[in-house]
Ligand binder design. Structure first.
Ligand SMILES: [Zn+2]
Length: 281
């Protein structure tokens, strides 16, 4: 086994551990994969908790999904991963999970497309919802195909979320970012208002994307039909392939994470209880 393969297997184990520890998955849910070389992928096995994997559990598959190593079967969601690799040659890893707040938005049919957080605009941009597809069928890869060329992460209607990145941890951090954004959006909506960032500032922030390091193109933003005066509602529009922008390896660093506010579920529950109490008063 090469050093690269060892490293990828270790990163998948670590990402699975974090997904489970943060309750982004329950039981045996979720799956992770990464490119090993131009012919092969390493993927998580089906039927095991991703929070308790060991490096030897991984499955080797080719880009058609045929098994080429490992004793276990790959996830039945593998075709969704393969679709992402086919459409995004710049991407080396895919993470799928069911983070509860983001999945709540996916169940409610509410995309995370409002320009409210500078950090999200400079990284993921907007987060659309791919149409519902029956898990383990060709419907899910088809639904994902619509957005994956312009987005590093999306919600999956009535299901969960999927993210990609230049390596396993980058794809994992995009999943964290979506759940964090969903949590803040939920709190703001419970509090009764969302102050949107101005169009001028959105354009400035989009210009900073190469510095903050998202390999996906900036999703386009336009005035929303219900946007208050002088403010912007970020809408999901198809970006042309020519708009895709790659950033150098050196720019991969979760540099903007230092300023993040993290909420535990206990703190979130307390905030929601406070908000509901205020609304009742
Ligand atoms: Zn799933």
């Amino acid at each position: 086994m090469t050093r690269l393969e060892e490293q990828i297997r270790a990163e998948i184990v670590e990402a699975g551990r974090r997904l489970y520890a943060r309750s982004y998955i329950a039981s045996n849910d979720g799956n992770i994969s990464a490119r090993l070389d131009e012919r092969r992928l390493i993927a998580t096995p089906k039927g095991v908790s991703k929070g308790f994997m060991t490096p030897d559990m991984m499955v080797i598959v080719d880009y058609e999904g045929h098994r080429g190593g490992g004793e276990r079967e790959p996830s039945t969601e593998l075709p969704m991963h393969l679709e992402i690799y086919r459409n995004r040659p710049d991407v080396n890893a895919v993470v799928h999970a069911h983070p509860p707040v983001a999945t709540g938005f996916a169940v409610a049919g509410i995309p995370l497309t409002r320009a409210v957080l500078a950090e999200v605009i400079t990284t993921l941009g907007s987060i659309p919802i791919a149409a519902y597809g029956t898990p383990s069928t060709a419907e899910l890869p088809e639904a994902v195909r619509k957005y994956i060329k312009a987005h590093d992460g999306m919600l999956l209607a009535n299901h969960g979320a999927v993210t990609c990145g230049r390596d396993v941890m980058a794809a994992y951090f995009n999943m964290e970012r979506i759940e964090h954004f969903a949590t803040i959006s939920l709190v703001a909506r419970l509090l009764g208002r969302e102050n949107l960032i101005s169009r001028e500032e959105v354009e400035r922030l989009q210009g900073l994307r190469t510095i903050y390091g998202s390999p996906a193109p900036a999703p386009l933003c336009a005035d929303g039909p219900d946007a208050p005066d002088g403010q912007v509602l970020c809408q999901v529009l198809e970006a042309p392939e020519s708009a895709r922008r790659l950033v150098p390896d050196a720019s991969f660093a979760p540099a903007s994470r230092d300023g993040e506010i993290r909420l535990t579920y206990g703190q979130l529950t307390a905030l929601i209880a406070d908000a509901v109490r205020t609304l009742k008063d």
